[in-house]
Each structure stands twice: as structure tokens, then as C-alpha cells.
Design a protein around this ligand. Structure first.
Ligand SMILES: *Cc1c(COP(=O)(O)O)cnc(C)c1O
Length: 391
């Protein structure tokens, strides 16, 4: 096989300093971890509630594995469905106060499944320019027209909606919490626009679930909005893996019948489903409340400390704390210096974010301590002084 064109492509990626390599974790998810051989303070994990390595989840998974095996052996529609999968769907529906739920093997697949199934030829999807890649790919797979509005810009969205009357159906799709900016979408206003222009509101609450709202029910509960289609992932706040959609029974029945990423995918392992059930138990308990409270308290504290130091901190109340540095090379050096100080918080650069908006992205979890947060602030300050970030 002639692979020279691949070499050229890789060389081009390297030339732009965008070449990606894997980091190897050699320990279970905690606030610190062995990364590429040395212990680091991990500020990059989506394990918001700190449940990914919880003994109780491990026990639930082990028990399910002993009963049902490791692999699920097939699609939910053939041999992959167990009582645990059904129990998890019922539990997610009641957790999210919806009529019904469907689980997918990942949040990525849930987004692709929803958008490619619901938005059809003759329809139009309005999608935020900063939506997650899985939403973008779902839009690509759909035969509907796409209209990309500027980030959380209600004026832009409304003017696009005004010109869409000739489409059969209109769908507005948005992240609830934007993963690179840490901000919360104005869902109340989106819902109002959806009503006014006869559109459906689809919300992907990957980062809000477990973190925001009553019992960690998510961003929609936090803002008091009920979307038409509510998507999320189990792989962040809940500490396991998989994706889900909740909504009306009719919506869920349709997805089960037509969404290809559900039909043609091997079911999630029963062990993962069992661990997720245990995770929801914890979220809904007093302990869950304490974990969320601790996490949001740490996040608010770190935001305030970093602002005090002089950083431009982005986002809202979420545990995603992006710190704007600006220049891509400088941001990379900043992240490398943090690593030398045993803090892992990645540099986020173009094309993931616009040119001039490179940032260090800090993510906190409920496993961090106030002492660790103080360390992060102190080291961030030290590196900023060294690199003369504030002039
Ligand atoms: C992480 C994420 C997903 C993908 O979820 P997975 O379960 O990891 O596939 C989808 N949407 C958003 C906004 C995300 O942040």
C-alpha cells in the first residue's frame, strides 16, 4: 500500500504543531494519578462527582458481570438486552422526570442517533457553532438542511428562524454546558424561541448531568426548562460509560425503531448498566448532595482566586474552568510548565478554539481538596509570572 500521502498529511499536522499523542494513565481515577510515569494533580478529568472508581460501583458491576458475563453479545434488539438495561432506562426516565428513556453505548452515539433519525429531508437543524463534535456529526448524517448560528447568539438564531417557515420541521440543538468554554447555554431563551417559531429544542447535557440541578438532574432542571429531546452521557458526572435520551414515550419508541446507532450497536455491558444504577442511587442521596456542593464550592473558589491573580477566567458556575492565555504557543508552554510542576491541565488551541483564544482548561472533581485547589492557584500564578502573562 502506498502510504506516502499519509506521511505527508502527518507531516502537515506536525508542522502545525497539532500532532496528537496518547498519555498513559497508570492508576485509577482520583484527584492525583500516575501519568506517563509520574504522579500529577489531575485537572482534566470528566469524573466530576468522583464516582468512576467508587467501590460501590465496582461491586455493582462485578455482581452483574458474574450473573450476565462481560460482553453483552449483541444489539439490544437481538441478545444484548437484560433486565438491568431496562431497569436503567426506567431509572433514567424517573431521574430526569421524563416519560421514557433509551440508552446508547455512548453519548456520541446518542447524538448521532437522535439527529439522524429525527431531522429528515425537508427539515432544518439550527446548531450552535461551538456544539460538540458528536452533534456536528449527527447533523452531517442527517438529510436535513443545516444552519449554524454564532455561539449562544439569540439574535442570530432568531433571524435564521424567521427565514425558516418553508421547512417542514425546525430543530434547535445545543450543548447545555459548552465543554471548552464552561458556559451554560441560555436554555430559557432557546425554549422561548422554539415555541415562537414552532421548533423542537434538543439539548445535550453531557456536562450538566450529575453536577447541576436538584439531585444532579442537570442543567435543564437548574434553569427550569424542559426540552423536547434531552440527551446526555453517563461517562462524565455519573462516572461510568454510555449515552441516553429521555423524552416522551413516543419519541423513545421511535428512536428504538429507527436510530441506527442504537439498532446496529452492541448493547452496553450489563456491568456498566448496573454500576450506573448504583451511581444514580448515590447522586440522589445526601452524599450526592454533599459531593455536588463540595465540587461547586471548589469551582467557585478557584474561579475567584484565578480572577484575583489577574487571569481571564471563562464560563459560568460549572467545574470547567478555562483560563484564557491567548497565543497558542504560549499556552502550550504554559501547559508544559504546569506539567513540570506536576499539574496536568491541557492547553486547548486552534482548531478546537478560535485563533487568539487558546486556553488552559482546568476541570475539577469532587475528589479534589481545597488544599489542592490552592496549589493549582499558586502554581498558575507562579507560571504566569515566569512567562510574563500579565503585562
Ligand atoms: C463528552 C460529550 C459527548 C460524548 O459523550 P461520550 O459518552 O463520551 O460519547 C457528547 N456531547 C458533549 C457535549 C460532550 O461533552
Amino acid at each position: 500500500m502506498d502510504t506516502r500521502w499519509m506521511d505527508h498529511q502527518l507531516a502537515e499536522i506536525k508542522r502545525k504543531e497539532l500532532y496528537r499523542t496518547l498519555r498513559t494513565m497508570e492508576s485509577a481515577p482520583k484527584s492525583t494519578g500516575i501519568l506517563n510515569g509520574t504522579e500529577k494533580l489531575i485537572c482534566a478529568s470528566n469524573n466530576y462527582l468522583g464516582l468512576a472508581a467508587d467501590e460501590r460501583l465496582i461491586e455493582a458491576a462485578t455482581e452483574a458481570m458474574r450473573k450476565y458475563g462481560v460482553g453483552s453479545t449483541g444489539s439490544r434488539l437481538i441478545t444484548g438486552n437484560t433486565a438491568i438495561h431496562e431497569q436503567l432506562e426506567r431509572r433514567l426516565a424517573s431521574f430526569k422526570q421524563a416519560e421514557a428513556a433509551i440508552i446508547y453505548s455512548s453519548g456520541y452515539l446518542a447524538n448521532i442517533g437522535v439527529l439522524s433519525s429525527l431531522a429528515q429531508k425537508g427539515d432544518i437543524i439550527f446548531s450552535d457553532e461551538l456544539n460538540h463534535a458528536s452533534i456536528i456529526d449527527g447533523c452531517r448524517l442527517s438529510r436535513a438542511e443545516k444552519s449554524i448560528y454564532s455561539h449562544v447568539n439569540l439574535v442570530d438564531l432568531e433571524s435564521r428562524l424567521q427565514q425558516s417557515a418553508h421547512f417542514r420541521r425546525r430543530f434547535i440543538v445545543t450543548d447545555a454546558v459548552f465543554s471548552m468554554d464552561g458556559n451554560i447555554a441560555p436554555l430559557i431563551e432557546f425554549k422561548r424561541l422554539a415555541k415562537a417559531y414552532d421548533a423542537y429544542l434538543i439539548v445535550d447535557d453531557a456536562h450538566g448531568t450529575g453536577v447541576l440541578g436538584t439531585n444532579g438532574r442537570g442543567t435543564c432542571d437548574y434553569l427550569g426548562v424542559s426540552p423536547d429531546v434531552y440527551i446526555g452521557t453517563l461517562s462524565k458526572g455519573l462516572g461510568t460509560e454510555g449515552g441516553y435520551v429521555v423524552g416522551s414515550q413516543t419519541l423513545i419508541d421511535l428512536l428504538r425503531n429507527v436510530s441506527r446507532s442504537f439498532i446496529f450497536q452492541t448493547a452496553m455491558s450489563p456491568a456498566v448498566a448496573a454500576a450506573t444504577l448504583r451511581s444514580i442511587d448515590i447522586l440522589e442521596s445526601e452524599e450526592g448532595k454533599e459531593r455536588r456542593h463540595h465540587l461547586l464550592h471548589l469551582s467557585a473558589h478557584l474561579r475567584a482566586r484565578l480572577k484575583e491573580i489577574g487571569f481571564h477566567v471563562m464560563g459560568d458556575v460549572t467545574p470547567i474552568i478555562p483560563v484564557l492565555i491567548g497565543d497558542a504557543d504560549r499556552t502550550l508552554v504554559f501547559a508544559q510548565r504546569l506539567q513540570e510542576e506536576n499539574i496536568f491541565a491541557p492547553a486547548i488551541r486552534p482548531p478546537t478554539v478560535p485563533v487568539g483564544k487558546s486556553r488552559i482548561r482546568i476541570c475539577l472533581t469532587a475528589q479534589h481538596s481545597m488544599e489542592q485547589v490552592e496549589t493549582i492557584a499558586r502554581v498558575m500564578n507562579k507560571v504566569a509570572q515566569e512567562l510574563i502573562i500579565f503585562s
